[in-house]
Design a protein around this ligand. Sequence first.
Ligand SMILES: Cc1cc2nc3c(=O)[nH]c(=O)nc-3n(C[C@H](O)[C@H](O)[C@H](O)COP(=O)(O)OP(=O)(O)OC[C@H]3O[C@@H](n4cnc5c(N)ncnc54)[C@H](O)[C@@H]3O)c2cc1C
Length: 379
Amino acid sequence: MKQVDILIIGAGISGSVLAERYAAMGKKVLIIEKRNHIAGNCYDYIDENGILVSKYGAHLFHTNEESVWKYVNKFSQWYPWEHKVIARVDDKTVPIPVNITTVNELFSANITSEEEMKNWLEENRTPIETPANGEEAVLNRVGTVLYEKMFKHYTKKQWDKYPAELDASVLDRIPVRFNYDDRYFSDTYQALPQGGYTQLFENIISHPNIEVLLETDYFDVKDDYSGYEKLFYTGPVDRFFDFKYSLTEKLEYRSINFVSETVDAEFFQENSVVNYPGTEVDFTRIIEYKHFGNQQSEKTTVVREFTVDEGEPYYPVPNPKNGEIYKKYQEEAEKLVDVHFVGRLANYKYFNMDQAFKNALDLFDSLEKKDSITYKTAG
Ligand SMILES: Cc1cc2nc3c(=O)[nH]c(=O)nc-3n(C[C@H](O)[C@H](O)[C@H](O)COP(=O)(O)OP(=O)(O)OC[C@H]3O[C@@H](n4cnc5c(N)ncnc54)[C@H](O)[C@@H]3O)c2cc1C
C-alpha cells in the first residue's frame, strides 16, 4: 500500500486547486487522473494548424468573484476577452443573448430605447407567476415568438428534452438585454489565460509535493492507495458508489461530440462562436478557435458540437427524477468520513469555472479552518 497525505481523483479545476492548497501547507499530494492530460475539461493544446484549441469546447473565463480572480492571477497572465456569440436564425444573423438588435432583426421591429424594449417584451411575454418547467420559464420571460425561434429547438438539441421536460431553473435566468449590449457575459472580470488553460494548470500544480499519475482510473488502483488523511473525489458521483441507485433508472448526463475540421481559408466565420438554434442542422454551434486571442495561421480550425446521450459525462440533466436519484448518492456521500465530493460531476451540478474554483477554495478553507486564503504559491 502506498502512503500519501492527500489523495485527489481528477486533475481538473477542483482537484488542482485542492492539490495546490494542501501542497502549500506541506502535505504530500497525489492526483490520479484517468485521461492522458491534466486540466480536466479546460484542457487546450496547439493543433496541426498551429492554433490553440480546447479539446472539450470553448472555455471563456468570467467572474464577479474578487477572490477567484486574485487566485487565478497568481498562476497566469490574463488578457481581456469579452466574449460575443451570434446565432443564425432563419436567414438572419443576430446577437445572443437577446438584445434590441436581435428583436429588430428577427421581427422587423424598430426599437431604439430601453423603454421600447421593455414594452416589446411586456407585450409579447406570457406572464406565469410560478413557472413549473423550462417552457413556462421562457414564456414568462420572453413570450412565444422568441421561444419558438431561439429556445425551443436549441434546448431539445442540447438536452434531448423540450423545455417543458426540464426544471424551470434551467431556463428561468436566461439573460435578456434591454439595450444594445452584445457581450455574452456581463461579469466584472472576463479574460483568457495568456498561454492557455493547460499552462495555467501546470503552474497551479507545479509544487514538489504534488505528484500526478495520468492515464490511471482510480477504481483500478484504489486498493493500492487506501492510506490517506483525506480523499477528494471529482469524478461522477454514481460511479463512486458503483451505480448502486441507478440500476433501474440511470442518473443522466449529456455528452458532446466535437467534430473538428481544417478549412483552407483565413477565416470560416465572422465570430468565434456561432449558434444554430433551429432544426435545419443537428449541431448546436460552430467554434472557430482562431478568433480567440486573434491567432495567426494560414488555415483555420472549426469544431461543430453535437450534443449526445452517450460518451464522457459533461452536463448533469436537472429534472426531478435525476434530483431524486442524486439525493440518494448525496446521502451516502455524507456518511463517509474524510472523503469529499468536489466539483461538477461529484455534486451533479453544473459549475462555471469560477464557481468550481470558488467551491474548491471554500472547501479547503472550511476543512482547514482558515479565516482567509493565503495565496502561497508553489516552490
Ligand atoms: C463543453 C463545456 C464548455 C464549458 N465552457 C465553459 C465556459 O465557457 N466558461 C466556464 O466558466 N465554464 C465552462 N465550462 C465548465 C467547466 O468546464 C467546469 O466548471 C470545470 O471543468 C469543472 O471542473 P471540475 O474539476 O469540477 O471537473 P472536470 O474538469 O470535469 O475534472 C474532473 C476530472 O476527473 C477525472 N476523473 C473522473 N473520474 C475519474 C476516475 N475514476 N479516475 C481518475 N480520474 C477521474 C476526469 O477525467 C477529469 O479530468 C464548460 C464545460 C463544458 C463541458
